[in-house]
Design a protein around this ligand. Sequence first.
Ligand code: SF4
Ligand code: SF4
Length: 391
Amino acid sequence: MSHAKVVLKRAHRYDEGEIRSSVAEAIAAIGSLRALVRPGAKVFVKVNHLSPPSPPERGIITHPAFTGAVLSVLKEVTPHITVGDDLHPSSPDGFEVSGYRKMCARLGIRLINLREIGFKRVEITGKVLNEVYLAQALLEADVIVNLPKLKTHSLTLLTGAVKNLYGAIPGGLRTAYHGQYKDPTEFNQVLVDIFAAARPHLTIMDGIVAMEGAGPANGVPREVGVILASQDGVAVDAVAARIIGLDPLAVPTIRCAHERGVGRGVMSEIEIVRDQLPHVSPFRLPPLPVGEIVGRAPRFLTRFLTGQLSARPQVVRRSCVGCGACARICPTGAATVAKGKARIDRRTCIRCMCCHEACRFDAIALQRSALGHLLRPFAHRQRRARHRARG
Ligand code: SF4
Ligand code: SF4
């Protein structure tokens, strides 16, 4: 049986020039750049860039110097490169705060918020999902490059290559899946379904400064000093897990992906082409996630409660100017515009909230059910208790 090849390079600081050399060497060790990316190909680069604006020093996002180094390598073979992630619109602009706008402008690379371009339905035969809404930019690309950040994660234990592709589906749908698939095994299968559907061709992980503890956003930055590259993203996650002191198969996404043959998750099936392995004491792990209301309910009530508790989008007719932004971004066609006003078909709406996020006129309100109103204070108490427990 052939092994998955993971190239490990050491890098101790976010110096774009140094990282560029390491990335070029890593890609050359996997295969030639031109074999991986045909000259002139359309490339989509998926970074890990959470919505709340955060500077790169916090260790939450794929560092812009790291991404810049990868982009300058890719630019050798093609000018058609798009970088993106799915961000809630905010003020200040998240891409500005992280340095991505400046970096992409300097390199002449197109930077997008995935929801501005939209998502498209794709039929799949996953373990849990039979359809998935993937970013249009990803579907239109010839080559997908996955740039995850090495972090622990309060829900999935590790944020890596597999989890990073969860950001390629609409933000509201991500929220809905969290409620719908409350069984952790089922949710991790959903993550693997999406990763398998997105099929990144190349994964290069930013493990120069990682995050331990309450990741993906509330942990502590931790120097690790590695770059991991492979055509097998699951193998990258497995090596990353081993470096931070985890048994790879203890990470549910790695175990599910390995068992399904989506990638290699056991070290005996991975060849590490490496600089010297870093000596890293085991990472602090995130606190155990505490169930929300739905998580505490019996399984047979899950779907009903999720339906009852999730907010529905509702058009505020007096504010609607009929611009059609909601209809353009709606992945199911549930939002339409007729006679200058938007309307939403409840039967086909999947509550992904893309329309809510796309409307600049506050013309889509979120409507809670009576039960949702009733249970809201309880849910807030649960959240506060959880945050207190996290310290
Ligand atoms: S985006 Fe907002 S303002 Fe524009 S049509 Fe939709 S609801 Fe109306
Ligand atoms: S109408 Fe429903 S499905 Fe369409 S964008 Fe809005 S929330 Fe999503």
